[in-house]
Design a protein around this ligand. Sequence first.
Ligand SMILES: Nc1ncnc2c1ncn2[C@@H]1O[C@H](COP(=O)(O)OP(=O)(O)O)[C@@H](O)[C@H]1O
Ligand SMILES: [Mg+2]
Length: 239
Amino acid sequence: MSEYVLQAEDVAIHYGGVKAVDGVSLTLTKGQIRGLIGPNGAGKSTVIDAITGRRRLTRGRVTLGGIDVSAMGVVERRMHGLSRSFQRTSIFGQMTVRKQVELASHQMGVADSSADANAVLQELELLHMAESLGEDLGYGEQRRLDLALALVGRPSVLLLDEPMAGLSVKESQDLARHLKALTSRWDVSVLLVEHDMDVVFGISDVVTVFELGRVIAGGTPAEVRTDARVREAYLGSAA
Ligand SMILES: Nc1ncnc2c1ncn2[C@@H]1O[C@H](COP(=O)(O)OP(=O)(O)O)[C@@H](O)[C@H]1O
Ligand SMILES: [Mg+2]
C-alpha cells in the first residue's frame, strides 16, 4: 500500500492549445496539509478539478490510497474518500443545518447518517445552530456548513479552493483552526488553494507553487518563502 493518501502523477489538462495544467505531480500523506499557491490563471482550480474527476485528464494519473481513480467519475471518487467543498452552492436555504448534513450523509450511503451528521456538526462547532435554517446563517457560518457537507462519510482527502475568500480575519482564523484540528483528530489530508498567505504559510505542512500550469517550487513554508524564483514570480520582494 502506498504511503500516500493521494498522489497525482504527471497530470495534464489542455484546452485546445491552452495548457491549463501541464505535467503536475503532487502528493498528500495522512493528515498532511499542502498549500497550493500561484498567480491567477496558474492552474490551481483546474488541478483540483482534475483530481476530483470534474475534468478529464489529458495525461497522467491520480491514485487514492494506492488505487488508480483516474477512470472514475466525481461521485465514485467521493465514495472512495475524495471530497471537496463547493462554496455554498450545495446549501439549502429552507432546510435546517442538521437535516441537510444528515441528507448528505444518507446520500453517501452512511448507515447511521444521524450519528455521522452529529459528529461532523460537533467537530465544526455547529451544533448550537443545528436547528437553524440555511438561509439564516451568516456568511462565515455558511462556509462552515459547506465544509460540514464535505466531511460526511469521513473522507480521507479534502480539496479546498479558496475557502477563506470573503471571510473576515477572525472567520478565516476560525476556519484555519478547524482545518488543522481535522487533520489531527480525523486524519484528513487537505489540499488548500488559498490567496491568504498568512493562512497558507501558517497552517500548511508543505507548500507547492504553480506558475503557468507547472510546479515551480515546493517545500516547507520556510523554504518556499525564501525561494528566489517564488519571490520573483509571485510573492514580490516585500514577502
Ligand atoms: N474551461 C476552460 N476552457 C479554456 N481554458 C480554461 C478553462 N478553464 C480554465 N482555463 C484556463 O486555464 C488556465 C488555468 O485556470 P485556473 O485553473 O482557473 O487558474 P487558477 O485557479 O490558478 O486561477 C487559465 O489560463 C484559464 O484561462
Ligand atoms: Mg482558481
